[in-house]
Design a protein around this ligand. Structure first.
Ligand SMILES: NC(=O)c1ccc[n+]([C@@H]2O[C@H](COP(=O)([O-])OP(=O)(O)OC[C@H]3O[C@@H](n4cnc5c(N)ncnc54)[C@H](O)[C@@H]3O)[C@@H](O)[C@H]2O)c1
Length: 252
C-alpha cells in the first residue's frame, strides 16, 4: 500500500520556516527534529546556550540556533525579530515549579509566571504580527494535563498552563478571520529533564504509572507527533483547541 500523495503533502514542510522554543532539550528538541525531518528550516530557541548550540551543530542544514530568555521581554522581542516571518511557531519553553502552596516563595511565583505566561504570550503576540500581515500562520503552545485535575504542589504551574489554554481560545477567535490557527498541546507525564526528579522516586513513579490507561509514560516523540499534526494541513480546520496527549491520564 502506498500513502496517498495528498496525505504526504499535508505533512511536507519543505520551504517552510518553523520556530521551536525550549528546543535545547526534551519535547522541544524532539519537535524541532521532527520538523527538520519533514523538510522545514527550524529556528531552535532556548536559554540553555551550550546544549542548544550542540544540538544545532548536529544539523547545520536544517537548524538555526537563537539563544533567548523567555523571562525577559526584550529578549523575547529580539527572538521575534530574528525569526521574522515564520510559518509555524511552537511556543513550548516552560518551567515546572513544584512547591506546596503554603510554602510558595513569592519570587518563584513571579519567575514562573514571567516565563510560562508573560513571555510565552508576548512571543505569540509579536510573531503573530507577521502572520497577520501575511494572513497565514500556525501557533501552537505547550500546555499541560495538570489543568484538568488538581495537581499537588503545582498550583502556580497549573495556573500558568490553564492561562495558556484560555489564551489559545481567544487568540484563535481573534485571529481566525486572518487565517491564523492557534492551538495547544497538553502533554501528560513525559520523561524529560523537567520531571525526571519526580519520576525517579520509585513510589511516585509506580503511582503515576498505575493511573495511565495506556500503561506507559509519554515520550518526546508522542508530543512531537501531536505538534506536527496540529501544524499540518491535516488539522486545517482545527483552531482554539487544546489536544491532551496523556495516554488517558485525565480520564479517571
Ligand atoms: N515533561 C512533562 O511531563 C510535561 C508535561 C506537561 C507539560 N510539559 C511542558 O512541556 C514543555 C517542555 O518541557 P520538557 O518536558 O521538554 O522539559 P525540558 O526541561 O526538557 O525543556 C524545557 C526547555 O525550556 C527551556 N527554558 C526554560 N526556561 C526558559 C527561558 N526562560 N527561556 C528560554 N528557554 C527556557 C529549557 O532550557 C529547556 O530546554 C514545557 O512548557 C513544560 O511545561 C511537560
Amino acid at each position: 500500500m502506498t500513502v496517498p500523495a495528498e496525505f504526504s503533502r499535508m505533512f511536507d514542510f519543505s520551504g517552510k520556516a518553523v520556530c521551536v522554543t525550549g528546543a535545547a532539550s526534551g519535547i522541544g528538541r524532539a519537535t524541532a527534529e521532527l520538523f527538520a525531518d519533514l523538510g522545514a528550516m527550524v529556528y531552535v530557541a532556548d536559554r540553555a546556550e551550550k546544549l542548544l548550540l550542540e544540538f544545532a551543530a548536529e544539523r547545520p542544514d536544517a537548524l538555526r540556533a537563537v539563544v533567548f530568555d523567555q523571562s525577559s521581554l526584550p529578549s523575547v522581542e529580539a527572538l521575534a525579530n530574528t525569526v521574522g516571518d515564520v510559518d509555524v511557531l511552537i511556543n513550548n519553553a516552560g518551567v515546572l515549579l513544584y512547591e506546596p502552596l503554603s510554602e510558595l516563595n513569592l519570587e518563584d511565583l513571579s519567575r514562573v509566571i514571567s516565563i510560562n505566561l508573560t513571555g510565552s504570550i508576548a512571543l505569540s503576540r509579536l510573531v503573530g504580527e507577521g502572520m497577520l500581515a501575511r494572513r497565514q500562520g500556525v501557533i501552537i503552545h505547550t500546555g499541560s494535563q495538570v489543568v484538568y485535575n488538581g495537581a499537588e504542589s503545582r498550583s502556580v504551574y497549573a495556573a500558568t498552563k490553564a492561562g495558556i489554554s484560555q489564551f489559545v481560545k481567544t487568540a484563535a477567535l481573534e485571529w481566525g478571520p486572518q487565517g491564523i490557527r492557534v492551538n495547544c498541546v497538553a502533554p501528560g507525564r513525559t520523561l524529560t529533564a523537567l520531571n525526571q526528579h519526580l519520576l525517579q522516586e520509585p513510589e511516585n513513579y509506580a503511582q503515576a504509572l498505575k493511573r495511565i490507561p495506556l500503561g506507559r509514560f509519554g515520550n518526546t516523540k508522542d508530543m512531537a507527533n501531536a505538534f506536527a499534526f496540529l501544524a499540518s494541513d491535516a488539522a486545517a480546520y482545527i483552531t482554539g483547541h487544546t489536544l491532551v496527549v496523556d495516554g488517558g491520564w485525565i480520564l479517571p
